[in-house]
Design a protein around this ligand. Structure first.
Ligand code: PRX
Length: 595
């Protein structure tokens, strides 16, 4: 693909517009965005995925895996796994089919029924794909948990939706055992021990069972449950700006948009090699590491290790990755290691590169072009939307800094607080017309909260944005206190709750502080209890405590000890005041603050 850069005036700034000169070898799956968007009806695309009964019943797992059996895809590699030590395992679609059938049989044998909650608490190992797909086949609801979660984060999530089973590893097991007594609904821990040593036992009234023994004891055939389009498939707990995390429930009918976004946005072609660096603990991992690439019959690289610039470049070279999907923080971390390092690797296999999770500023896009010879295409979406919503399509010019345009079938708008649409260039709430196939079906056990996110037929995303005259969307920030740190979503309330559980902490308030690498870092303002002194050792201890109790990624990197916190007369902490002070911005209306 060749590019030409033009300047364009957008609002009050001049932006670079990347014009693409398409060549026939570019093989774009979506060629004409405007025409497709204009005439789009979901039902016209039903035949893209596998149904039991067209438009009515299906199973997301059958669409992802079983439909390929008996086709040339069955012997294709679905997942290439590389461990952090460099061991490689490859799984064909046929193997994934049989192994997930076995796991579905394991669950059936344990008495797991349609609608029961079964969670993965696993590092990035092949059993993630196997067990996730297996759970969906039984009609149970699959949940995933980030492997950095600590005791309280696990307890809140597993306890809130009465999970019956957790699949984990010997290394992570202790964290579940630690809270097991607080989880009355939990019956089984299935332990994936890749060294094969784990022995079944009972701890605190819960059965701990060896995964391999269970798997070898059941047949490789299974009759997947027929699900309605709006039957739940998976649940992801995600942080909000207030309260504990919400259980975002997604339905089997989401398979259609998962498939189409993979095909049209990520431009999945069957001979391409794909790598998405997201963790399955978050929605990008569930949808674009597991479900969408499988639905499109792709070969996906699944790397166990963490970020490592040399390793990442070497993986792109080794596996000749064609399509790469990552996050702005990762791009900025790659940038930090400079332009010389990537020159040591052959990265010429890359055809399409994408980003998600935080604002993608012009600088990493330009750097990406220097290093990869491609432009990062930004994609915008959320856990609640279940699939990419506003994106830069390969066939479309990119206005650098814009999130792009709505996916066909998605009606986006900028609305005021009453849900009235605003004209171009006016900043407001980014909203989506209610009712696309992967829209969150419910927040587990929280119907009041669910209805509160809709206004006047719009789903209100919590993001602020504006639209330009050509229908491109531009991200402005959040309308609330939600923190995005290194692309991971953290609710201030959860961090504050973990902080005040520390003996030394009397009160705490948490904000997102801009950070050049991580987008935001978590900063805590803490009032100490009497008898405690502000020492570096105490601050380290508080950080360690939050890591252990909440999560390895959600601890405050900065802690400032203060005498008191700004509060409203009703006692609510005014995080915006702390944020404004931290950033040296105008503090705004203080009429409700206690002086
Ligand atoms: O604030 C937006 C930001 O991430 C939030 C959603 O977080 P989560 O549910 O964890 O899902 C992340 C990945 C799908 C959004 O409300 N966000 C996501 N993508 C972008 C973004 N902010 C700016 N630009 C994006 N492309």
């Amino acid at each position: 693909m060749k590019y030409e850069i033009k300047k364009e005036q957008v609002h009050d700034t001049t932006v670079d517009v990347v014009k693409k000169m398409l060549e026939s070898s570019d093989k774009l799956n979506l060629k004409d965005y405007d025409a497709t968007y204009k005439n789009f009806r979901w039902e016209d695309y039903y035949d893209e995925i596998k149904w039991f009964e067209r438009g009515k019943t299906l199973n997301m797992a059958v669409n992802a895996v079983d439909k390929h059996i008996g086709t040339p895809v069955e012997n294709k590699i679905a997942v290439i796994w590389e461990s952090k030590d460099g061991n490689v395992e490859k799984y064909t679609y046929k193997q994934l089919y049989e192994l997930s059938n076995r796991f579905a049989n394991v669950l059936a044998k344990l008495g797991i029924n349609k609608g029961d909650r079964v969670f993965l608490f696993l590092p990035r190992i092949p059993e993630v794909h196997i067990t996730f797909i297996g759970i969906l086949k039984t009609g149970a609801i699959a949940g995933t948990l980030f492997s950095a979660f600590g005791y309280d984060a696990l307890k809140d999530r597993l306890g809130h939706c009465d999970a019956r089973v957790v699949i984990t590893t010997p290394d992570l097991l202790e964290r579940v055992e630690h809270i097991a007594e607080d989880l009355p609904a939990l019956e089984y821990m299935i332990v994936v021990d890749r060294e094969g040593k784990f022995e079944d036992k009972e701890v605190k009234g819960k059965k701990e069972l060896n995964y391999s023994s269970l798997m070898s004891d059941v047949p490789a055939e299974y009759n997947p449950m027929m699900m309605n389009v709006d039957d739940p498939a998976y649940i992801l707990y995600t942080s909000g700006s207030t309260g504990k995390p919400k259980g975002v429930v997604h339905v089997h009918g989401g398979a259609l948009i998962q498939h189409l976004t993979g095909k049209w946005v990520l431009n999945f072609n069957s001979d391409d090699m794909y790598w998405c660096t997201a963790d399955h603990g978050w929605v990008t991992g569930v949808v674009y590491v597991i479900l969408s690439p499988l639905s499109n019959g792709m070969t996906t690289l699944f790397y166990e290790g963490r970020f490592d610039s040399e390793k990442w470049y070497s993986l792109i070279e080794k596996y000749k990755v064609n399509i790469f999907y990552t996050a702005p923080t990762a791009i900025r971390m790659l940038m930090k290691y400079g332009d010389e390092l990537p020159k040591k690797y052959d990265l010429s296999s890359l055809k399409h590169i994408y980003s998600v999770g935080e604002p993608l500023n012009p600088e990493p896009i330009r750097w990406g072009y220097e290093v990869f010879g491609r432009y990062f295409h930004d994609t915008w979406w959320q856990t609640e939307t279940g699939a990419q919503m506003i994106v830069n399509f390969p066939c479309m010019d990119i206005k650098i800094g814009s999130m792009g345009k709505p996916f066909p079938g998605i009606i986006a708008g900028i609305v005021d607080d009453d849900g009235n649409e605003l004209p171009p260039y006016q900043e407001g709430n980014l909203a989506l017309k209610r009712g696309w196939p992967s829209m969150v079906k419910e927040f587990w056990n929280n119907p009041k909260k669910y209805e509160s996110v809709f206004k006047n037929g719009w789903y209100i995303t919590g993001d602020m944005a504006y639209k330009d005259n050509d229908g491109y969307y531009w991200f402005m920030g959040r309308s609330d206190d939600l923190i995005m740190t290194a692309g991971e979503r953290v609710g201030p309330f959860e961090v504050e709750s973990a902080l005040i559980d520390h003996d030394a902490v009397n009160e705490a308030a948490v904000i997102g502080k801009p950070d050049p690498e991580r987008g935001q870092i978590i900063k805590a303002f803490v009032v100490l209890n009497k008898g405690y002194e502000n020492t570096p050792e105490l601050l380290d201890d508080i950080k360690r405590f939050v890591k252990q109790h909440l999560a390895g990624h959600a601890y405050p990197r900065e802690i400032e000890i203060v005498d008191s916190l700004p509060k409203t007369r009703s006692g609510k902490i005014m995080r915006r005041v702390l944020r404004a002070k931290e950033l040296g911005l105008p503090i705004g209306d203080l009429s409700t603050m206690v002086k």
